[in-house]
Design a protein around this ligand. Structure first.
Ligand code: GLU
Ligand code: ZN
Length: 317
């Protein structure tokens, strides 16, 4: 009998992910990112992966990863491959950094935060509170060579990426449109490995998104400012640049960004009714309207309706 079914889309047509840091359970803001990326993947018949970004061990809370997995499952946000933990992939980040070393574009830095602040102050640069300092290049050698193994393994130095002089990154966000960042002016040579040996978010996220062949990165707009750095790293590492879509931030009653730092409280998912309530709240942030609101609606039914209703054009509406 002839098979009239549509051929299924190639497996790598769309691959999304949710990449929480286990610094606490999911809160309203992180659920918006989880739901938005899940819906965008489902709407596009894509895969959705879960990656636990637990490299910054001092900030991670033991057990938070398992709690996040439980919360996602309670909300019906299922993933398509075994979840991964960045702490188990150190070798990958080490290799990527070594490649950049061979390209002679990384150098060791011994500056403390205070040292950087002082150097900036001497130049008359004042960094507003809650903004990252632009590294003034204090430790950058005139000529960068490839460092040997002994030099590379020296402790108590951070490793920074040397940016070329003119480096304005342009990209198109799927919702926010054209974005531009002058990396020298706004960021400076940024850190890839910290003084305590921890690989930074910028390096790890780029390595993993490439390794996992992520095609669509849907995440909160609080990360928008990192995207140009990540695109530049993709270029030097010769990775493909995925599509980016940044979602609206959930603000608290005072208009401040919700985060674990501001003690945003965990979402409630102890039973299906609670989980559905949290999903409905998250959906409203995403601009989804007219979803089934009956008491008898199951999470599966609701998610199906939400997937049908999902449309990038309604985000921020
Ligand atoms: N782990 C990051 C966070 O929780 C998100 C990484 C990303 O989506 O690129 O803020
Ligand atoms: Zn330095």
């Amino acid at each position: 009998m002839p098979n009239f079914k549509n051929p299924s889309p190639p497996a790598d047509a769309y691959c999304g992910r949710f990449a929480p840091s286990p610094t606490g359970p999911l809160h309203a803001g992180s659920l918006v990112a989880a739901l938005g990326s899940w819906l965008d993947a489902r709407k596009n018949q894509g895969k959705w992966l879960l990656r636990i970004e637990d490299l910054d061990a001092p900030r991670c809370i033991s057990g938070a990863d398992q709690e996040i997995l439980r919360q996602l499952l309670a909300c019906g946000l299922t993933w398509d491959e075994e979840p991964t933990w960045q702490s188990k992939q150190q070798e990958r980040y080490k290799k990527a950094l070594e490649r950049l070393n061979q390209l002679q574009i990384v150098y060791p830095c011994t500056c403390s935060r205070q040292g950087i602040a002082n150097a900036l102050e001497a130049r008359g640069v004042i960094t507003p509170r809650n903004q990252e300092m632009v590294y003034p290049g204090t430790c950058r050698p005139h000529q960068i060579g490839a460092y040997n193994e002994v030099e590379r393994s020296s402790t108590e130095v951070a490793w920074r990426l040397a940016l070329p002089p003119e480096l304005t990154i342009h990209f198109e966000d799927l919702v926010l449109g054209k974005q531009t960042q002058d990396l020298n002016r706004e960021v400076g040579d940024f850190v890839l490995q910290r003084r305590d040996g921890i690989f930074t978010y910028q390096l790890a996220v780029v390595v993993d998104d490439a390794q996992q062949k992520i095609t669509h990165i849907v995440r909160g707009a609080d990360l928008l400012n990192n995207t140009a750095r990540q695109i530049y790293l993709q270029r030097v590492l010769e990775y493909e640049t995925p599509n980016y879509l940044h979602l609206p931030l959930v603000l608290d009653d005072h208009g401040a960004k919700l985060s674990k730092q501001t003690l945003a409280s965990a979402i409630h998912t102890e039973n299906a009714q609670q989980a559905l309530q949290e999903l409905r709240k998250a959906a409203r942030y995403l601009g989804l309207r007219n979803l089934p609101d009956g008491k008898e609606t199951s999470i599966a039914q609701w998610l199906l309706a939400a997937t049908r209703a999902w449309d990038r054009k309604i985000i921020f509406s």
